[in-house]
Design a protein around this ligand. Structure first.
Ligand code: ZN
Length: 247
């Protein structure tokens, strides 16, 4: 008899296999993103069917099979069921799971990624923060967890905090003095307002639980969007299918 282990996680994707089974992927705190089979999960009245629905958060009792884990049982703590009721939140939740899937691996702990995904779903559900801002916060923070953010606090050349132009290919902020010395063309930089820079700094440095407790003006949102488009192009050059459906 194989040893059963308990993992805490969120179901990222679920697909039917064989006649009655499901193959799922769970982002777990303890073992990163893992593949798992839920045998009989598509049978009526299966105890496993509810805990194999995407976005479900809970604890899973599993054991290691040959090529994937086998789910024995699950205890659901939050279904996030109403995310699927609204088309927009469904699209955004699908996009966030796709990004999380892409950036996580099996056997690498994912404590913070899991917490980030969880509170991002909660923010989507609560609707206090506009979805477009939720998207940018999630993207920047999950990339920052991978150590993939440009320097956004000081000029990368001289350490001056009076720097608002981000040169993506150089790796972050460069003050106007240094840019002149280096003969960098300012039109290639993303110029941040004071508020936009502060917002980006907050997103990468605040405790995860406090990420979704603010809003920004349209001008700052616009500035952040411009930054994020260039940033993702440089740091995450991957097409996410779910991004085609974002409003
Ligand atoms: Zn400088």
């Amino acid at each position: 008899m194989r040893e059963t282990i308990t993992l805490t996680g969120i179901v990222l994707v679920s697909s039917p296999v064989r006649e009655y089974d499901k193959r799922i992927e769970i982002l777990t705190r303890e073992r990163g993103r893992i593949p798992a089979f839920a045998q009989g999960a598509r049978k009526q009245n299966s105890a496993l069917s509810a805990c194999t629905i995407p976005f479900t958060f809970g604890t899973f009792q599993v054991y290691e099979g040959r090529s994937a884990y086998i789910v024995k049982s699950g205890e659901i703590e939050n279904y996030f069921a109403n995310l699927a009721d609204n088309y927009d939140s469904l699209c955004y939740a699908s996009y966030f799971t796709e990004v999380a899937r892409y950036l996580t691996r099996e056997n690498i702990r994912a404590d913070e990624e899991l917490m980030l995904l969880y509170i991002t779903f909660r923010a989507l559900q609560r609707k206090n923060v506009p979805v477009k801002l939720i998207r940018r916060i999630f993207e920047l923070r999950i990339m920052s967890l991978q150590g993939q953010t440009p320097e956004l606090f000081v000029c990368i050349k001289c350490g001056n905090t009076d720097a608002f132009d981000v040169y993506m290919t150089e790796g972050g902020l460069i003050c106007q003095n240094c840019a002149q010395k280096l003969e960098l063309k300012r039109q290639y930089a993303v110029q941040l307002s004071h508020d936009a820079r502060y917002t980006l700094q907050y997103i990468i440095s605040s405790p995860i639980q406090k990420l979704y407790n603010f809003n920004v003006s349209d001008a700052v949102m616009d500035n952040i969007d411009k930054f994020m488009v260039k940033y993702l192009l440089q740091y995450l050059p991957h097409h996410f299918n779910a991004s085609d459906f974002l409003a």
